[in-house]
Design a protein around this ligand. Structure first.
Ligand code: VGL
Ligand code: ZN
Length: 194
């Protein structure tokens, strides 16, 4: 069987209630993600967590000409992973949006702590199947899933482990349909078995 990994996209405080760009039902999503984490942990498959890690003066922010309220400023409380997210000690953290002039919606635009890109990390681990979950469906999850397809991976979207910002109503649903049309496979946590 080809090797799988779990990619948790931007499960950070600022995308949850009380944060700067909250999705609804964050707690439910985090608890579903934790169930997925356990499944990968049990069989020793890699778990990768991306994080939005912006400089305070990023051009991604409205204040500096971008589209978004200030969020996930690196080293701030809002940029921390959600406190209930049960990441294993050996999680591979991918930081993205770290330069002043980049949005980096996709985790494939980020690097690990040694400066390796996500594609390099995945190649090194010989991962062929990527299970994607996290926040937000209509931006970073979608962008990461489409880049994963471009990288030649078999891509699964964990439907019960994603939520959209839905700036316009229905954005999340549209994003899911777009991913599916390009070849992303839709799956629920309970269907993940190794
Ligand atoms: C995201 C908007 C801005 C995301 C990040 O993680 O989906 N969305 N920055
Ligand atoms: Zn961002």
């Amino acid at each position: 069987m080809s090797k799988a990994a779990l990619l948790i996209v931007d499960a950070q405080n600022d995308f949850c209630p009380g944060g700067k760009l909250p999705v609804k039902d964050c707690d439910k999503i985090i608890s579903n993600i934790n169930i997925s984490i356990d499944k990968f942990k049990k069989v020793n498959l890699p778990i990768i967590a991306s994080r939005d890690w912006h400089p305070a003066d990023s051009r991604h922010f409205k204040e500096f000409g971008g589209d978004w309220p200030t969020h996930c400023v690196r080293n701030s409380k809002g940029a921390e992973f959600h406190p209930l997210l049960n990441l294993p000690d050996n999680v591979i953290v991918i930081s993205k949006g770290t330069r002043i002039d980049e949005d980096s919606y996709s985790a494939f635009e980020g690097q690990d702590d040694k400066g390796l890109s996500l594609s390099e990390v995945i190649k090194k681990l010989r991962v062929k199947k990527l299970f994607i979950c996290g926040l937000a469906t209509d931006y970073c999850v979608k962008s990461s899933a489409l880049d994963a397809l471009k990288a030649g991976l078999e891509v699964y979207l964990l439907l019960d482990c994603v939520e959209a910002v839905d700036i316009n109503k229905g954005d999340g649903e549209k994003a899911i349909e777009e991913m599916a049309a390009r070849g992303v496979k839709k799956i629920e946590t309970r269907e993940v078995v190794f």
